[in-house]
Design a protein around this ligand. Structure first.
Ligand SMILES: Nc1nc2c(c(=O)[nH]1)N[C@H]1C(S)=C(S)[C@@H](COP(=O)(O)OP(=O)(O)OC[C@H]3O[C@@H](n4cnc5c(=O)[nH]c(N)nc54)[C@H](O)[C@@H]3O)O[C@H]1N2
Ligand SMILES: Nc1nc2c(c(=O)[nH]1)N[C@H]1C(S)=C(S)[C@@H](COP(=O)(O)OP(=O)(O)OC[C@H]3O[C@@H](n4cnc5c(=O)[nH]c(N)nc54)[C@H](O)[C@@H]3O)O[C@H]1N2
Ligand code: SF4
Ligand SMILES: [Mo]
Length: 726
């Protein structure tokens, strides 16, 4: 017999409400929940593949320990924690707490207790070495929010926008980030039908770009020049929001001086786009009443991440794209604390040099957090001896794969929390498998929390939902939730755990919440942990639980006027940013910098059927998207190289070489190779590219064009050569 349960999808961080068909205690089918508001029954293929992920015969059901012979053998969870705690104790005694580092990856997103407990553990231990995948993703957002300042009432929203601009993102495939993630396809269709104009800047005519009114299809790596050119058009033609600027903006003169040399003809030539389109895009963005420009990974990985995000924020600021006094906020927060919006700026603050320093490249604690791209060097220098990796896959995700693998192999203790023997797990001393999906309860604030990092990630309506656990882990398994691992270690090491609620730097101002103390004597349940994590929320978790399909918890919260004592202004003329713009002016276009030996540029993309390295081998998803990550190229480029679909090629950059399998893609500009990341497993295994794909991180170097604030190196617009494989 099949019974149906409502839940929240945990394949990615979008948090779609789903209906799970259960048979004999196991999930057999997942569909979108039409009874839930806001998502319109949306459920992507990956969500539909959740039963395969949960029932995966390759899923780890017992903690694994690497023996001296290199083989992995099961070990009881209590024994694993005993041994790891003893090892940490030794390492801290010999090298100090800073020699223990923590890395939080993508799969901490869907499990809201994982991050706070891991961070609480690190703080309890006294190590500042807390790293996340955010600094190899879109770290420019936090840097921009620091240097420019934030707006306490948040930005204008998608729901009533009449213009929207996406820079280096493809929300129809990545499900959100530059647009609301709740059924983005339908939301975009509705918005275009009501007259919203869409501008997309992307070297590929993506699923999203195809629906744009203006698609600038530039050479990759030219976003700073393009954005500076657009800002110049707007200022020159006096299209900016004078009233807003007079009251809230500083630095306009410095901005004008810095963008003045970026005249549209030069920019257009440099980026190889029609000058008329560049001007039209600037005019369209500035003259429409409401909307926003938003950048994503393409804008952050192609060099100058901080400057690019800063210029996007400048564009929004000079056009006054913020909620004003008297307007209602779209989402006052459900399982977050109540919004307290005022129509005023948060003052700019320093973006780097915020404490802890790293041994390389002058990097250290920045507004974007600790620089993950410098962690491998820190390990290689002997400064970090132990690493916990939680729901991430450093061996395939971090830039500079050879350096990363050398570093991971050098660790005295590497603990990988993972559901399978991923590339990173194969290098770990201990692999700790967690309970997943319907084996654990969750609630919708996992998604709400992401607005802390960027307002465009916010949930567009006041949706709240709780999803109980309703199945047991497989028989004979020995699994711990991620938070339980850190709780167990803290207990063994005699540490107190505190849960810190993140405060928004870019999004809506919210009532502050004090850190919560975790009971270290009597182990709490996950439901009690969810209570702790939502303490002080606008709507209580109990109230949310009364609505099994989730519900909208509306409340009108009006933006208050600026406080009379507030003198803060948004700074659009930051000195460091203006001087970096000066560097752009004198450097040759990205495509020319290595043109001789490397005539192509490798760019990043997301594949619809996976989440980074997760899902690559689930049968349903392999059927949908294939087993490997093709090297997509324009058909004319393939022909010029004498290549056909399916041919193997050597892709060489100044930093490495990988084997790829080419496929034609007419949506690309010529001169590009477009590949998704995190494929390929460990190179030393010599696995077949057609079955496992290839790892583009091997073509990058952490020293290449790294951002001086966040350390993110060039991971897109990478110069490469492509040769048929001999
Ligand atoms: N289906 C699916 N969804 C995902 C993921 C996944 O793996 N699969 N991953 C998730 C994660 S971790 C993240 S961070 C988000 C990312 O979300 P997005 O940033 O929206 O991801 P992409 O679809 O890769 O979009 C990046 C776009 O940037 C373009 N691009 C590359 N170089 C440049 C450049 O120099 N300039 C400009 N303007 N554009 C450039 C690429 O052509 C591509 O279309 O997606 C999340 N969602
Ligand atoms: N060249 C290049 N490099 C990139 C990118 C790029 O576009 N190009 N993108 C970058 C971006 S945006 C990101 S976010 C990073 C991604 O960086 P990571 O987050 O480090 O990498 P993922 O592949 O997402 O790793 C997810 C891991 O979690 C495991 N997992 C799955 N389910 C669970 C679970 O329930 N619990 C736990 N504990 N683990 C689970 C998976 O098996 C997998 O090993 O990669 C970055 N690297
Ligand atoms: S978008 Fe993410 S949360 Fe939604 S169904 Fe797909 S994988 Fe699940
Ligand atoms: Mo990401």
């Amino acid at each position: 017999m099949i019974t149906q349960r409502a839940s929240i999808c945990r394949f990615c961080s979008a948090g779609c409400p789903i209906v799970v068909d259960m048979q004999n205690g196991r999930p057999v089918r997942v569909t979108g929940n039409k009874a839930s508001p806001m998502f319109d029954g949306f459920c992507c293929t990956r969500g539909q593949a959740l039963p395969e992920q949960i029932n995966d015969p390759q899923r780890l059901l017992l903690p694994q320990k690497r023996g001296l012979d290199g083989a992995y053998r099961p070990v009881g969870s209590a024994q694993a924690l005993d041994e790891i705690a003893a090892s940490i104790d030794r390492i801290v005694a010999d090298h100090g707490p800073r020699s223990v580092a923590l890395y939080l990856g993508t799969y901490t997103g869907p499990y809201p207790a994982a991050g706070p407990f891991a961070v609480g553990f690190a703080r309890g231990l006294g190590t500042p070495m807390i790293f996340t995948s955010m600094t190899i993703d879109q770290p420019g957002k936090d840097i921009a929010a620091a240097l420019l300042g934030g707006w306490e009432a948040g930005p204008q929203v998608f729901a009533n926008a009449d213009v929207w601009m996406v820079v280096g993102g493809n929300p129809l495939v990545s499900i959100g980030l530059t647009m609301p993630a709740q059924n983005p396809g339908k939301r975009l269709t509705d918005a275009l039908a009501r007259g919203m104009q869409l501008i997309v800047i992307d070297p590929r005519r993506t699923e999203t770009a195809r629906r744009a009114h203006i698609h600038l299809q530039p050479r990759p790596g030219e976003d700073p020049a393009i954005l500076a050119g657009m800002i110049r058009v707007i200022l020159k033609e006096d299209l900016h929001d004078h009233a807003f600027a007079a009251e809230n903006v500083a630095g306009l003169e410095a901005l004008w001086r810095a963008v003045e040399p970026f005249d549209p003809a030069n920019v257009a030539a440099r980026a190889d786009i029609p000058e008329a389109d560049l001007i039209a895009a600037a005019r369209l963005f500035a003259t429409r009443a409401r909307g926003l420009a938003a950048g994503a990974t393409g804008a952050n990985m192609s060099g100058r991440s901080s400057l690019t995000e800063y210029l996007i924020a400048v564009l929004n600021t000079i056009c006054g794209r913020y909620l004003r006094a008297g307007e209602a906020v779209a989402n006052p927060g459900v399982l977050l604390s109540r919004a307290t919006p005022r129509a005023q700026a948060r003052p700019p603050r320093p973006a780097r040099g915020l404490g802890e320093t790293m041994v390389v490249r002058g990097l250290g604690m920045a507004a974007s957090g600790m620089p993950t791209a410098a962690l491998a060097d820190e390990i290689l220098a002997g400064e970090v001896k132990a690493l916990f990796s939680v729901g991430g896959n450093p061996a395939t995700a971090w830039p500079d794969q050879p350096r990363t693998i050398a570093a991971l192999e050098q660790l005295d203790l590497f603990v990988q929390l993972d559901i399978r023997m991923s590339a990173s797990a194969k290098l770990a001393h201990y692999v700790i498998p967690p309970k997943i999906s319907f084996e654990v309860p969750t609630a919708s604030f996992a998604k709400e929390n992401i607005e802390i990092y960027a307002p465009v990630f916010a949930v567009p309506e006041p949706f709240g939902m709780y999803a109980p656990a309703f199945m047991d882990p497989p028989e004979g398994s020995d699994l711990m939730e991620e938070w339980e691992v850190f709780y167990g270690l803290a207990q063994r090491l005699g540490l107190e755990l505190k849960i810190h609620h993140a405060n928004s730097v870019a999004g809506l101002a919210r009532a502050p919440r004090p850190p919560a103390q975790v009971d270290m004597k009597t182990k709490p349940t996950t439901d009690e942990i969810l209570e702790l994590l939502t303490a002080g929320s606008r709507i209580t978790l109990d109230e949310v639980k009364r609505h099994p399909d989730g519900a909208l918890f509306a409340e009108t919260i009006i933006v208050a006027p600026r406080d009379s004592a507030c003198e803060a202004r948004l700074n659009v003329g930051d000195e460091a940013m203006m001087s970096e713009l000066g560097e752009v002016l004198v450097e040759p276009p990205a495509a020319q910098r290595a043109a001789g030996a490397y005539p192509f540029q490798l760019i990043s993309r997301r594949a619809a059927h996976v989440l980074n390295s997760a899902g690559r081998d689930l049968p349903m998803l392999v059927r949908k998207g294939g087993a490997y990550n093709p090297a997509f190229m324009h058909p004319d480029d393939l022909e010029a190289l004498g290549l056909r679909a399916g041919n193997r090629v050597q892709i060489r950059s100044p930093h490495g070489v990988i084997t790829g399998i080419v496929q034609p893609d007419e949506t690309l500009r010529r001169g590009l190779v477009s590949m998704t990341h995190s494929y390929g497993d460990l190179p030393k295994l010599g696995l077949d590219v057609a079955q496992h794909g290839s790892n583009t991180s091997a073509l990058t170097s952490v020293e290449d064009d790294y951002d001086r604030f966040s350390g993110i190196p060039r991971m897109s617009a990478v110069p490469v050569d492509v040769r048929p494989q001999a």
